[in-house]
Design a protein around this ligand. Structure first.
Ligand code: ATP
Length: 395
């Protein structure tokens, strides 16, 4: 089955209102583990077909949130809905969620076909409310004996073809590469035609290059099928490059939800600014309105900003918002903030050069785009830094 046929299948099923569909709503979710408050009033509204990332540092509650949605953890309080249906009291195997774990959780003694077919068998057994696990093995054995129901075999082969795993159908999963194993895990979740796909750090075990290519694969499949996907990660680059929207969590709370560009451009707190990308942060001592701008003062600096509020907070300046020039460059201080400085460290990073510059008593990080053949400014070089007032955020 080609990708477009798969997509067509999904669309026709969409019309029937059956598969690959489901919004997820989490309302005032709390979870305590013997005195540890893992989740504190978590609220999420994930739209049908959305790719939604839960992002945050280790221990912030991402996995617990996902496990509550999947039904593996019982919330202390709060309501979870998949589509219109409240699912709090529905067991995990009836919630119609497909799961992909960091460890892949594949059966090493089964081949690729059997791993994918296993979840389909389990689903069918569950639907019939039969707990005869041995029956699954018998049916898998039947395939080897050529006696598996044709419909089931066709469905598994369709997914293997879709995941480009057909050539490996008879290979043990222990004989596959990390990326291939990850595709089997994804295929095993998708074959059940879940309403929601839940992925918990699915790329963490892959090397960096493979991680990048799997990001694209997962994103393409998600868009192709339009399946509602919740993706847990502590890697901000992963979340920002893959998700439609991201919820940033800390200490069991959702701190901000937004599109990646909104989180980057309008962080609601220094925590978000620091977690989502790199920031220069300076403490504000006073803000005063002067003409068209506000003047923010702090230790060693005075900066113009378009920022209106008089509330003191933290100045946030992204590294790429600072232009770097030789010290003798003529500049108009009416239009720009100009700071004199000296380069401490220059790091070539391919398409950019990252400079650490001592200026106004602080060490500022400056990212300058690099075109091949240009010379890189050396440590000790005297420079002028220019920052547009609209690029000086105060939060
Ligand atoms: P990581 O990125 O490290 O996986 P996370 O953001 O997914 O972290 P959770 O696994 O959700 O974090 O854990 C949230 C908090 O709940 C942590 O303080 C953790 O120690 C605690 N916790 C999670 N599961 C249990 C459990 N079964 N028993 C006790 N405490 C738990």
């Amino acid at each position: 089955m080609t990708r477009s046929e798969m997509n067509g299948k999904r669309n026709s099923s969409k019309e029937e209102g059956a598969i690959f569909m489901g919004s997820v709503t989490v309302d005032q979710l709390n979870k305590e583990f013997s005195g540890v408050k893992a989740l504190n009033n978590v609220n999420l509204e994930i739209k049908e077909g959305e790719f939604f990332a839960l992002l945050g540092p280790s221990g912030c509650g991402k996995t617990t949130t996902m496990r509550c949605i999947a039904g593996f953890e019982e919330p202390t309080s709060g309501v979870i809905r998949i589509g219109e249906e409240k699912v709090n009291h529905i067991p995990p195997n009836k919630r119609n969620c497909g799961m992909v774990f960091q460890s892949y959780a594949l059966f090493p003694h089964m081949n690729v076909f059997e791993n994918v077919a296993y979840s389909l068998n389990i689903k069918q057994l569950n639907e019939k409310n039969v707990l005869a696990k041995m029956g699954v093995y018998a049916r898998l054995l039947n395939r080897r004996l050529g006696r598996m129901p044709k419909e089931m075999e066709r469905k598994v082969m369709e997914i293997l073809e879709y995941m480009e795993l057909e050539p490996y159908a008879d290979r043990l999963t222990s004989e596959l590469s990390g990326g291939q194993q990850q595709r089997v895990a994804l295929g095993r979740a998708l074959v059940m035609e879940p309403a929601v796909l839940l992925m918990d750090e699915p790329l963490s075990n892959l090397d960096q290059k493979l991680r990048h290519s799997m990001r694209n694969t997962i994103r393409r499949i998600q868009q192709d099928l339009g399946i509602t996907t919740i993706f847990v990660t502590h890697d901000q680059e992963e979340a920002m490059s893959m998700a439609d929207r991201v919820a940033v969590m800390n200490n069991g709370e959702v701190k901000q939800i937004g599109r990646p560009t909104d989180l980057y451009s309008h962080p609601s707190s220094p925590f978000i600014a620091n977690f989502v990308g790199t920031s220069n942060m300076l403490n504000v001592q006073s803000i005063e309105r002067v003409g068209a701008y506000s003047i923010i003062k702090g230790e060693g600096f005075a900066l113009k900003t378009n920022h209106q509020s008089k509330e003191k907070g933290t100045v946030i300046i992204r590294p790429e918002s600072i232009q770097i020039h030789h010290a003798d460059t003529e500049m108009n201080p009416e239009l720009m903030n100009i700071l004199e400085g000296e380069i401490l460290i220059s790091t070539y990073l391919g398409s950019i050069v990252r400079y650490e510059v001592k200026a106004a008593g602080h060490t500022l990080i400056v990212d300058a785009t690099y075109a091949s053949g240009e010379s890189i400014l050396k440590p000790g070089t005297k420079v002028k830094l220019a920052i547009e007032p609209e690029r000086v955020l105060v939060i």
